[in-house]
Design a protein around this ligand. Sequence first.
Ligand SMILES: Nc1ncnc2c1ncn2[C@@H]1O[C@H](COP(=O)(O)OP(=O)(O)OP(=O)(O)O)[C@@H](O)[C@H]1O
Length: 367
Amino acid sequence: MEPRLEVRNITRAYGGRAVVRDVSLKVMPGQVTCLLGPSGCGKSTTLRIIAGVDRPDTGEIRMDGTVIVNQGVFVPPEQRGTGLMFQDFALFPHLSVFDNVAFGLTGTRTEKRLRVRELLEKVGLVRYMDNFPHELSGGEQQRVALARALAPRPRIMLMDEPFSGLDNRLRDGIRDETLSILKDEGTAVLLVTHEPEEAMRMADDIALMRKGEIVQQGAPYNVYNAPVDREAAAFFSDINVIRGSVQGLLTETAFGKFMAPGQADGANVEIVIRPQHLKIDFDRGGQGPAPSPEHGVWARGIVERARFIGKESLVEFRMEFDGSSLKATVPSVFLPKPGTPLWIAIRRDRCFVFPVTPKKDWRRRED
Ligand SMILES: Nc1ncnc2c1ncn2[C@@H]1O[C@H](COP(=O)(O)OP(=O)(O)OP(=O)(O)O)[C@@H](O)[C@H]1O
Protein backbone atom coordinates (compact mmCIF):
# COMPACT_ATOMS: atom_id res chain seq x y z
CA MET A 1 0.00 0.00 0.00
CA GLU A 2 1.17 3.52 -0.85
CA PRO A 3 1.94 5.60 2.26
CA ARG A 4 -0.35 8.57 2.76
CA LEU A 5 2.70 10.60 3.77
CA GLU A 6 6.31 9.78 3.12
CA VAL A 7 9.13 11.94 4.39
CA ARG A 8 12.52 11.14 2.90
CA ASN A 9 15.80 12.31 4.37
CA ILE A 10 14.79 15.83 5.34
CA THR A 11 17.23 18.11 7.12
CA ARG A 12 16.78 21.61 8.51
CA ALA A 13 19.33 23.86 10.19
CA TYR A 14 18.82 27.20 11.92
CA GLY A 15 21.86 29.48 12.10
CA GLY A 16 24.17 26.59 11.22
CA ARG A 17 22.68 24.24 13.86
CA ALA A 18 20.98 21.15 12.47
CA VAL A 19 17.70 20.59 14.30
CA VAL A 20 16.26 18.01 11.89
CA ARG A 21 18.81 15.49 10.61
CA ASP A 22 18.08 13.12 7.80
CA VAL A 23 14.56 12.35 8.99
CA SER A 24 12.58 9.73 7.11
CA LEU A 25 9.17 8.45 8.15
CA LYS A 26 5.94 7.07 6.73
CA VAL A 27 2.32 7.45 7.73
CA MET A 28 -0.04 4.87 6.24
CA PRO A 29 -3.68 5.66 5.33
CA GLY A 30 -6.01 5.47 8.32
CA GLN A 31 -3.10 5.09 10.74
CA VAL A 32 -2.04 7.23 13.67
CA THR A 33 1.72 7.76 13.80
CA CYS A 34 3.16 9.54 16.81
CA LEU A 35 6.35 11.53 16.53
CA LEU A 36 7.61 11.12 20.07
CA GLY A 37 10.64 12.69 21.70
CA PRO A 38 11.88 15.06 24.38
CA SER A 39 11.33 18.77 24.23
CA GLY A 40 13.58 20.44 21.69
CA CYS A 41 14.41 17.33 19.65
CA GLY A 42 12.93 18.76 16.42
CA LYS A 43 9.40 17.32 16.36
CA SER A 44 7.56 20.58 15.74
CA THR A 45 10.06 21.65 13.10
CA THR A 46 9.44 18.37 11.27
CA LEU A 47 5.68 18.91 11.49
CA ARG A 48 5.96 22.51 10.30
CA ILE A 49 7.97 21.35 7.30
CA ILE A 50 5.28 18.78 6.46
CA ALA A 51 2.56 21.41 6.87
CA GLY A 52 4.47 23.70 4.51
CA VAL A 53 5.03 26.61 6.91
CA ASP A 54 8.76 25.89 6.85
CA ARG A 55 11.01 24.45 4.15
CA PRO A 56 13.59 21.71 4.51
CA ASP A 57 17.18 22.38 3.40
CA THR A 58 17.28 19.00 1.70
CA GLY A 59 15.02 15.98 1.33
CA GLU A 60 11.68 15.14 -0.17
CA ILE A 61 8.08 14.78 0.97
CA ARG A 62 5.40 12.81 -0.87
CA MET A 63 1.67 12.71 -0.30
CA ASP A 64 -0.03 9.64 -1.79
CA GLY A 65 3.05 9.16 -3.94
CA THR A 66 3.09 12.71 -5.36
CA VAL A 67 6.05 14.93 -4.53
CA ILE A 68 4.94 18.01 -2.56
CA VAL A 69 8.42 19.15 -1.53
CA ASN A 70 11.91 18.63 -2.88
CA GLN A 71 14.70 20.80 -4.29
CA GLY A 72 12.54 21.92 -7.23
CA VAL A 73 8.98 21.54 -5.90
CA PHE A 74 7.08 23.38 -3.17
CA VAL A 75 3.33 22.87 -2.91
CA PRO A 76 1.90 25.70 -0.74
CA PRO A 77 0.34 24.74 2.62
CA GLU A 78 -3.27 25.36 1.55
CA GLN A 79 -2.93 22.94 -1.38
CA ARG A 80 -1.52 20.03 0.63
CA GLY A 81 -4.81 18.72 2.01
CA THR A 82 -3.53 18.73 5.57
CA GLY A 83 -5.61 19.43 8.66
CA LEU A 84 -3.82 21.18 11.50
CA MET A 85 -4.43 21.05 15.23
CA PHE A 86 -2.19 22.62 17.83
CA GLN A 87 -2.19 23.05 21.58
CA ASP A 88 -3.42 26.60 21.10
CA PHE A 89 -6.35 25.58 18.89
CA ALA A 90 -7.47 29.19 18.32
CA LEU A 91 -11.12 29.07 17.35
CA PHE A 92 -12.43 32.27 15.76
CA PRO A 93 -14.00 34.04 18.77
CA HIS A 94 -16.45 36.12 16.72
CA LEU A 95 -17.85 33.10 14.84
CA SER A 96 -20.42 30.64 16.17
CA VAL A 97 -19.53 26.99 16.63
CA PHE A 98 -21.32 26.24 13.37
CA ASP A 99 -19.40 28.92 11.44
CA ASN A 100 -16.10 27.84 12.98
CA VAL A 101 -16.59 24.29 11.72
CA ALA A 102 -17.90 25.50 8.34
CA PHE A 103 -14.96 27.89 7.87
CA GLY A 104 -12.76 25.85 5.56
CA LEU A 105 -15.60 24.14 3.69
CA THR A 106 -16.46 24.58 0.05
CA GLY A 107 -19.66 23.44 -1.72
CA THR A 108 -23.30 24.44 -1.55
CA ARG A 109 -25.01 25.69 1.61
CA THR A 110 -26.80 22.35 1.99
CA GLU A 111 -23.59 20.35 1.61
CA LYS A 112 -21.85 22.52 4.19
CA ARG A 113 -24.78 22.24 6.63
CA LEU A 114 -24.80 18.47 6.33
CA ARG A 115 -21.06 18.12 6.89
CA VAL A 116 -21.02 20.50 9.87
CA ARG A 117 -23.98 18.68 11.45
CA GLU A 118 -22.36 15.30 10.86
CA LEU A 119 -19.17 16.41 12.61
CA LEU A 120 -20.91 18.20 15.46
CA GLU A 121 -22.89 15.01 16.05
CA LYS A 122 -19.66 13.00 16.13
CA VAL A 123 -18.14 15.31 18.72
CA GLY A 124 -21.45 15.52 20.62
CA LEU A 125 -21.91 19.29 20.30
CA VAL A 126 -24.90 19.78 18.00
CA ARG A 127 -26.75 21.59 20.76
CA TYR A 128 -24.03 24.25 20.91
CA MET A 129 -24.16 24.96 17.19
CA ASP A 130 -25.22 28.59 17.67
CA ASN A 131 -23.05 29.30 20.70
CA PHE A 132 -19.75 31.16 20.65
CA PRO A 133 -16.41 29.60 21.65
CA HIS A 134 -16.17 31.53 24.96
CA GLU A 135 -19.43 29.90 26.08
CA LEU A 136 -17.80 26.45 25.88
CA SER A 137 -15.43 24.63 28.25
CA GLY A 138 -11.81 23.96 27.22
CA GLY A 139 -12.63 20.35 26.37
CA GLU A 140 -15.63 21.39 24.27
CA GLN A 141 -13.57 23.98 22.41
CA GLN A 142 -11.05 21.27 21.70
CA ARG A 143 -13.80 19.14 20.16
CA VAL A 144 -14.92 22.07 17.99
CA ALA A 145 -11.31 22.51 16.84
CA LEU A 146 -11.20 18.82 15.93
CA ALA A 147 -14.47 19.11 13.99
CA ARG A 148 -13.18 22.20 12.20
CA ALA A 149 -9.91 20.51 11.22
CA LEU A 150 -11.71 17.37 10.01
CA ALA A 151 -14.53 19.14 8.13
CA PRO A 152 -12.75 19.49 4.74
CA ARG A 153 -11.74 15.77 4.92
CA PRO A 154 -7.98 16.34 5.10
CA ARG A 155 -5.72 13.67 3.64
CA ILE A 156 -3.71 13.81 6.84
CA MET A 157 -4.15 15.49 10.21
CA LEU A 158 -1.04 17.07 11.69
CA MET A 159 -1.43 17.48 15.44
CA ASP A 160 1.15 19.19 17.65
CA GLU A 161 0.67 18.41 21.37
CA PRO A 162 -3.08 18.95 20.92
CA PHE A 163 -3.97 17.78 24.43
CA SER A 164 -1.29 19.44 26.52
CA GLY A 165 -3.40 22.49 27.36
CA LEU A 166 -6.15 20.37 28.89
CA ASP A 167 -6.87 19.58 32.48
CA ASN A 168 -5.37 16.23 33.51
CA ARG A 169 -8.72 14.75 34.48
CA LEU A 170 -10.21 15.53 31.07
CA ARG A 171 -7.25 14.53 29.01
CA ASP A 172 -7.61 10.73 28.88
CA GLY A 173 -11.28 10.95 27.95
CA ILE A 174 -10.67 13.54 25.24
CA ARG A 175 -7.74 11.57 23.84
CA ASP A 176 -9.84 8.41 23.54
CA GLU A 177 -12.76 10.29 22.05
CA THR A 178 -10.51 12.07 19.54
CA LEU A 179 -8.92 8.79 18.54
CA SER A 180 -12.27 7.14 17.91
CA ILE A 181 -13.45 10.11 15.78
CA LEU A 182 -10.21 10.07 13.78
CA LYS A 183 -10.57 6.33 13.23
CA ASP A 184 -14.21 6.73 12.30
CA GLU A 185 -13.28 9.35 9.68
CA GLY A 186 -10.44 7.10 8.46
CA THR A 187 -7.99 10.01 8.60
CA ALA A 188 -4.24 9.44 8.65
CA VAL A 189 -2.66 11.28 11.56
CA LEU A 190 0.81 12.47 12.47
CA LEU A 191 0.71 13.47 16.11
CA VAL A 192 3.61 15.16 17.89
CA THR A 193 3.99 14.49 21.58
CA HIS A 194 6.68 14.37 24.26
CA GLU A 195 4.61 12.02 26.44
CA PRO A 196 5.27 8.30 26.02
CA GLU A 197 1.92 7.41 27.65
CA GLU A 198 0.09 9.53 25.08
CA ALA A 199 1.96 7.89 22.21
CA MET A 200 1.30 4.40 23.59
CA ARG A 201 -2.38 5.22 24.00
CA MET A 202 -2.95 6.82 20.58
CA ALA A 203 -0.46 5.40 18.10
CA ASP A 204 -0.53 2.56 15.62
CA ASP A 205 3.07 3.44 14.98
CA ILE A 206 5.64 5.40 17.00
CA ALA A 207 8.59 7.29 15.51
CA LEU A 208 10.99 7.97 18.34
CA MET A 209 13.03 11.14 17.79
CA ARG A 210 16.16 12.31 19.56
CA LYS A 211 18.49 15.21 18.73
CA GLY A 212 16.90 15.76 15.33
CA GLU A 213 16.98 12.10 14.30
CA ILE A 214 14.44 9.30 14.21
CA VAL A 215 16.10 6.56 16.22
CA GLN A 216 13.36 3.94 15.98
CA GLN A 217 9.99 3.52 14.29
CA GLY A 218 7.55 0.70 14.94
CA ALA A 219 4.38 -0.48 16.67
CA PRO A 220 4.14 0.71 20.31
CA TYR A 221 4.58 -2.87 21.52
CA ASN A 222 7.84 -3.26 19.61
CA VAL A 223 9.26 0.14 20.49
CA TYR A 224 8.56 -0.55 24.17
CA ASN A 225 9.67 -4.17 24.21
CA ALA A 226 12.59 -4.01 21.81
CA PRO A 227 14.20 -0.60 22.34
CA VAL A 228 17.19 0.16 20.11
CA ASP A 229 19.33 1.44 22.96
CA ARG A 230 19.35 2.33 26.61
CA GLU A 231 18.01 5.85 26.04
CA ALA A 232 15.09 4.50 24.02
CA ALA A 233 14.26 2.14 26.90
CA ALA A 234 14.60 4.96 29.45
CA PHE A 235 12.26 7.23 27.52
CA PHE A 236 9.29 4.98 28.32
CA SER A 237 9.88 4.14 31.97
CA ASP A 238 12.34 4.09 34.81
CA ILE A 239 15.08 1.59 34.12
CA ASN A 240 17.67 -0.31 36.13
CA VAL A 241 21.15 -0.68 34.72
CA ILE A 242 23.58 -3.43 35.65
CA ARG A 243 27.07 -3.24 34.20
CA GLY A 244 29.36 -6.02 33.15
CA SER A 245 32.09 -6.94 30.71
CA VAL A 246 31.93 -9.62 28.05
CA GLN A 247 33.91 -12.86 27.96
CA GLY A 248 33.09 -15.45 25.31
CA LEU A 249 29.71 -13.83 24.42
CA LEU A 250 28.61 -13.89 28.07
CA THR A 251 28.55 -11.20 30.74
CA GLU A 252 29.09 -12.33 34.30
CA THR A 253 27.13 -10.36 36.92
CA ALA A 254 25.92 -10.81 40.49
CA PHE A 255 22.70 -12.08 38.87
CA GLY A 256 24.52 -14.76 36.90
CA LYS A 257 25.57 -14.87 33.27
CA PHE A 258 23.78 -12.96 30.52
CA MET A 259 24.10 -13.48 26.78
CA ALA A 260 25.79 -10.58 24.99
CA PRO A 261 25.52 -11.55 21.33
CA GLY A 262 27.72 -9.65 18.92
CA GLN A 263 29.88 -8.12 21.66
CA ALA A 264 33.65 -8.61 21.61
CA ASP A 265 35.61 -9.98 24.56
CA GLY A 266 36.36 -7.22 27.04
CA ALA A 267 33.52 -4.97 25.77
CA ASN A 268 31.57 -3.19 28.50
CA VAL A 269 27.84 -3.74 28.36
CA GLU A 270 24.79 -2.56 30.25
CA ILE A 271 21.94 -4.88 31.12
CA VAL A 272 18.81 -2.75 31.17
CA ILE A 273 15.70 -3.89 32.98
CA ARG A 274 12.41 -2.14 33.78
CA PRO A 275 11.33 -2.06 37.45
CA GLN A 276 8.30 -4.28 36.79
CA HIS A 277 10.58 -7.06 35.57
CA LEU A 278 12.52 -7.56 38.77
CA LYS A 279 11.37 -10.39 41.01
CA ILE A 280 11.45 -10.06 44.78
CA ASP A 281 11.60 -12.89 47.30
CA PHE A 282 12.09 -13.27 51.05
CA ASP A 283 15.37 -13.64 52.89
CA ARG A 284 14.85 -17.22 54.15
CA GLY A 285 17.43 -16.85 56.90
CA GLY A 286 20.03 -15.27 54.60
CA GLN A 287 19.93 -18.10 52.02
CA GLY A 288 17.58 -16.59 49.43
CA PRO A 289 15.82 -18.59 46.73
CA ALA A 290 17.69 -21.18 44.66
CA PRO A 291 18.79 -20.16 41.15
CA SER A 292 16.47 -21.17 38.31
CA PRO A 293 16.77 -21.02 34.51
CA GLU A 294 14.07 -18.33 34.32
CA HIS A 295 15.41 -16.09 37.07
CA GLY A 296 19.11 -16.94 37.13
CA VAL A 297 20.96 -16.13 40.33
CA TRP A 298 19.27 -14.10 43.08
CA ALA A 299 21.14 -11.26 44.80
CA ARG A 300 20.45 -9.70 48.17
CA GLY A 301 19.45 -6.08 48.65
CA ILE A 302 18.36 -3.95 51.56
CA VAL A 303 15.14 -1.96 51.26
CA GLU A 304 15.84 1.77 51.29
CA ARG A 305 12.36 3.06 50.59
CA ALA A 306 8.95 1.70 49.65
CA ARG A 307 6.02 3.77 48.42
CA PHE A 308 2.54 3.02 47.17
CA ILE A 309 2.17 4.89 43.88
CA GLY A 310 -1.38 3.87 42.91
CA LYS A 311 -2.07 0.38 41.51
CA GLU A 312 1.49 -0.65 42.41
CA SER A 313 4.28 -0.16 44.94
CA LEU A 314 7.75 1.10 44.17
CA VAL A 315 10.51 -0.45 46.27
CA GLU A 316 14.07 0.88 46.17
CA PHE A 317 16.97 -1.35 47.17
CA ARG A 318 20.65 -0.88 47.99
CA MET A 319 22.35 -3.98 46.62
CA GLU A 320 24.84 -5.75 48.85
CA PHE A 321 27.17 -6.87 46.08
CA ASP A 322 28.26 -3.37 45.01
CA GLY A 323 26.15 -0.78 46.84
CA SER A 324 24.25 0.15 43.66
CA SER A 325 20.55 0.91 43.81
CA LEU A 326 17.76 -0.92 42.01
CA LYS A 327 14.07 -0.14 41.73
CA ALA A 328 11.31 -2.70 41.57
CA THR A 329 7.59 -2.23 41.13
CA VAL A 330 5.20 -4.72 42.60
CA PRO A 331 1.45 -4.88 41.86
CA SER A 332 -0.82 -3.65 44.64
CA VAL A 333 0.45 -2.84 48.13
CA PHE A 334 3.88 -4.13 49.16
CA LEU A 335 5.60 -1.85 51.64
CA PRO A 336 8.51 -3.56 53.40
CA LYS A 337 10.25 -1.48 56.06
CA PRO A 338 13.55 0.24 55.25
CA GLY A 339 16.40 -2.04 56.31
CA THR A 340 14.55 -5.26 55.39
CA PRO A 341 16.79 -7.71 53.49
CA LEU A 342 15.11 -9.16 50.38
CA TRP A 343 16.36 -11.09 47.36
CA ILE A 344 16.08 -9.92 43.81
CA ALA A 345 16.20 -11.66 40.45
CA ILE A 346 15.91 -10.44 36.91
CA ARG A 347 13.41 -11.68 34.35
CA ARG A 348 15.81 -13.03 31.70
CA ASP A 349 13.25 -12.71 28.92
CA ARG A 350 12.67 -9.04 29.68
CA CYS A 351 16.13 -7.53 29.89
CA PHE A 352 18.05 -5.76 27.13
CA VAL A 353 21.83 -5.91 26.72
CA PHE A 354 23.44 -2.85 25.13
CA PRO A 355 27.01 -1.68 24.60
CA VAL A 356 27.94 1.08 27.05
CA THR A 357 26.91 4.61 26.00
CA PRO A 358 27.56 7.90 27.79
CA LYS A 359 25.06 8.65 30.54
CA LYS A 360 22.28 11.09 29.63
CA ASP A 361 18.69 11.62 30.63
CA TRP A 362 16.76 12.09 27.38
CA ARG A 363 13.62 13.19 29.16
CA ARG A 364 15.29 16.51 29.90
CA ARG A 365 15.23 19.33 27.42
CA GLU A 366 18.07 19.04 24.91
CA ASP A 367 20.43 21.90 24.32
N1 LIG B 1 12.61 29.34 13.67
C1 LIG B 1 13.60 28.90 14.42
N2 LIG B 1 14.77 29.56 14.50
C2 LIG B 1 15.80 29.11 15.24
N3 LIG B 1 15.76 28.00 15.99
C3 LIG B 1 14.63 27.27 15.97
C4 LIG B 1 13.48 27.69 15.20
N4 LIG B 1 12.51 26.77 15.37
C5 LIG B 1 12.99 25.84 16.21
N5 LIG B 1 14.27 26.13 16.57
C6 LIG B 1 15.13 25.34 17.47
O1 LIG B 1 15.15 24.03 16.96
C7 LIG B 1 15.14 23.06 18.01
C8 LIG B 1 13.99 22.10 17.81
O2 LIG B 1 12.77 22.79 18.02
P1 LIG B 1 11.36 22.09 17.86
O3 LIG B 1 10.31 23.10 18.24
O4 LIG B 1 11.26 21.47 16.53
O5 LIG B 1 11.45 20.95 18.96
P2 LIG B 1 10.31 20.07 19.64
O6 LIG B 1 10.86 18.70 19.71
O7 LIG B 1 9.03 20.25 18.93
O8 LIG B 1 10.26 20.67 21.07
P3 LIG B 1 9.01 21.25 21.91
O9 LIG B 1 8.20 20.05 22.28
O10 LIG B 1 9.65 21.93 23.06
O11 LIG B 1 8.30 22.19 20.97
C9 LIG B 1 15.05 23.86 19.30
O12 LIG B 1 16.34 23.95 19.85
C10 LIG B 1 14.54 25.21 18.86
O13 LIG B 1 15.01 26.22 19.71
